[in-house]
Design a protein around this ligand. Structure first.
Ligand code: GLU
Length: 323
């Protein structure tokens, strides 16, 4: 039987494979991830949900699609989609260590998952080819700033649409409903996050989870790491007692660690939207039209089955809400 120490070593090797070993021959242009303690560890964190929850908006309500979708390859002149079409690729910002949603396949070197497929379907609608996509690997704390500075067209990265973020970026309609839970050692007696007062609980910088841990009345100690892959290594090396994030992300971690279990009810709602620039509302409307079509024609359900089918039959896709 493998010990947790052996597992920690294996996890480190896996992360090296995921993040470093194959990045140079990956076939996409994903850069290497930021190193622990590197820029993203100290850089200002994009607003998640600091302090009290901002309820000044309906974060699920996006921009209504305008008319029928143009045919792939025939984006209307003057539109943001025409600019992307001319460039020849859609630029997606995402993670490379969120198993099932966006993680680097160590065999192919490609970043893949439910989130990546959501963006590939946008590329399909623009070009008629889902491969016309460039993936930029970004930290969670760069999801808002990468959209704002225009270095990516869109972020699909288990990103919660919330009012704090809506101030800086637009979101598509909701494409997945997640919620926050906790991962602990399989021998732990804890039943929920409330039982972890005074314990070290890891989350990624710039994630909503990090802020939510600090709000738990029993006062767990929130520990920030650049990415959730770093949290998993810290957990396996006993540097932290638990990891708290969306149940989706924890499911991917539990699948990699037989000595871990996910506990408790969801203690937050984390509706996922794709982030787009406030300067390109035509693109946001286009993305919403593609989502609407794919939720209706079965593409969303097929994507769910492909990546999340192990958790059961696909639920109904989240219903679109518009402003
Ligand atoms: N959905 C979260 C966010 O957008 C990511 C995961 C987390 O917060 O832990 O920040």
């Amino acid at each position: 039987m493998r010990t947790r120490a052996a597992l920690a070593a294996a996890a480190s090797v896996t992360l090296v494979m995921l993040g470093f070993g194959l990045a140079g021959c990956s076939g996409d242009s994903s850069p290497l991830p930021p190193k622990a303690g590197g820029p993203s560890a100290s850089a200002p964190v994009d607003a998640g949900a600091p302090g009290a929850v901002d309820t000044s908006c309906n974060p699920r309500a996006s921009l209504r699609p305008s008319g029928a979708l143009p045919a792939p390859g025939q984006m209307p002149a003057g539109s943001t989609m025409a600019v992307i079409q001319k460039r020849g690729r859609l630029i997606l910002g995402t993670s490379q260590d969120t198993l099932l949603f966006s993680s680097r396949n160590p065999f192919s070197g490609k970043v893949e998952g439910f989130d990546v497929d959501m963006a590939r379907q946008i590329a399909q609608a623009i070009f008629g080819d889902p491969d016309k996509i460039q993936i930029k690997v970004i930290g969670y704390d760069k999801r808002v700033s990468s959209v704002v500075d225009g270095s990516v067209d869109i972020v699909a990265d288990t990103m919660t649409a919330n009012c704090a973020r809506w101030k800086d970026v637009d979101f598509s309609t909701i494409y997945y409903n997640a919620g926050q839970k906790v991962l602990v050692n399989s021998t732990s007696d804890a039943k929920s996050i409330d039982d972890l007062g005074g314990k070290k609980v890891c989350a990624a910088s710039g994630s909503t989870s990090y802020d939510n841990i600090a709000k738990v009345p029993t006062k767990p100690i929130a520990v920030a790491k650049p990415a959730f892959g770093d949290c998993l290594v810290a957990f396996q090396q006993n540097q932290v007692d638990a990891i708290s994030t969306d149940d989706t992300i924890l499911a991917g971690m539990a699948a990699q660690d037989p000595y871990a279990k996910v506990i408790g009810p969801r203690f937050t709602d984390e509706p996922y939207g794709m982030a787009t620039s406030k300067k390109t509302p035509d693109f946001t409307r286009f993305v919403n039209a593609v989502l609407e079509k794919n939720k209706q024609n079965g593409t969303w359900a097929a994507t769910y089955k492909r990546w999340l089918g192990a958790f059961g039959a696909p639920p109904k896709p989240p219903k679109a809400e518009y402003q």
